[in-house]
Design a protein around this ligand. Sequence first.
Ligand SMILES: C[S@@+](CC[C@H](N)C(=O)[O-])C[C@H]1O[C@@H](n2cnc3c(N)ncnc32)[C@H](O)[C@@H]1O
Length: 368
Amino acid sequence: MTAPRSTIWKLEDHTLAKHIILRKYLGAWLPILIRKGTSGLLVDGFAGPGEYIGGEIGSPLIMLNAYQGHRAHSIRQGRVKFFFVERDPHRSAHLRLKIQAHLQSQPLPPTATYEIHTGTFVDAMRDLLRNLACGREHYDAMFVFIDPFGYSHAPMDIICQLMRYPRCEVLITFMYEEIDRFLKRNCQAQSVHYDQLFGTSEWRTIALDCQDARTRQQQLHNLYRQQLLSVAGARYVRSFCMLNKRNKTDYFLFFATRHRLGMKNMKRAMWEVDPTGNFVFSDCTGLAQSFLLQNDSPPILAQMLYERFRGKLVALDDIEEYVIADTPFFKYKSSLKLLEQEGLIEVYGPEGRKKGTYADLAMTILFR
Ligand SMILES: C[S@@+](CC[C@H](N)C(=O)[O-])C[C@H]1O[C@@H](n2cnc3c(N)ncnc32)[C@H](O)[C@@H]1O
């Protein structure tokens, strides 16, 4: 997609999917992390003008609505700050008017504030990181949405510094189509940007050696994922692949966190996006790589679990860790039930446990 020049533009279908994921994830994130005595920061680092040509709302208003419309009253007892960053002054001014109009009919409670910053994501994050380091600002939890048009404004170095904060989670649009287009055409001219985007120069080997489009996509995806894991220190990283109208990858939506529950909730949100549309849950790491997720797939996960743990005695906690970290799934109990029905596992549960139930993470399971 070419970046629009006008202040507002038409909402694309794949932006809608991104918005559904954002809304659903925040619905789960807010009550877990914001309650009496805690504080949270929600950053929209590439906020946009706040609305689209058809009147649909943009990500900053989706964030505000997720908070204001949430049924859990406890979230309004904690302190919340919304921080919207937009470089283009026209879009930033448009966003300000939209938010002011919105808040006139639905004011924020005294525990919530917002700031619109006209400037670049990098500068805004450097200021934020400085304030966090010297204690001028403090948050118990941070969620950072990084949604640029291109690939040259969200360096890995900033993501690494943000992820150092223990409760910081990031949702990143990785503009694959553009990255690949310029990589094939003119990667030398863009090399500084690519180095910053990936936080390494390893992309050069892929650009030079890899002529096959599918393999190149997988390798670039995996390099970015690996950087989030090893350099940024995320423990869980997953991506969601958005296809364009020609059935080619437009972008990946990467989510990175240190927390199992955060990843579980993000997977739930990703799964709930209409699976009959052109949205592919991307999993470049395993057996389930190439199917469109249509439903929860207990038999597929059962097979994966059996292959992974065959001959081993494992705690349920380790099984959950594997499912969340290394598979596209987040529900696993129906798969265990299938294995138990087929006599492929033996469960050592708490006294009085009912067959087919797996409630205690400390219980152990023998995969025969
Ligand atoms: C993809 S749009 C954002 C859409 C918005 N997040 C939404 O979902 O409704 C990217 C926005 O980032 C802005 N932008 C471009 N470069 C930027 C930078 N370096 N820092 C902050 N914003 C930037 C653009 O003007 C544009 O409005």
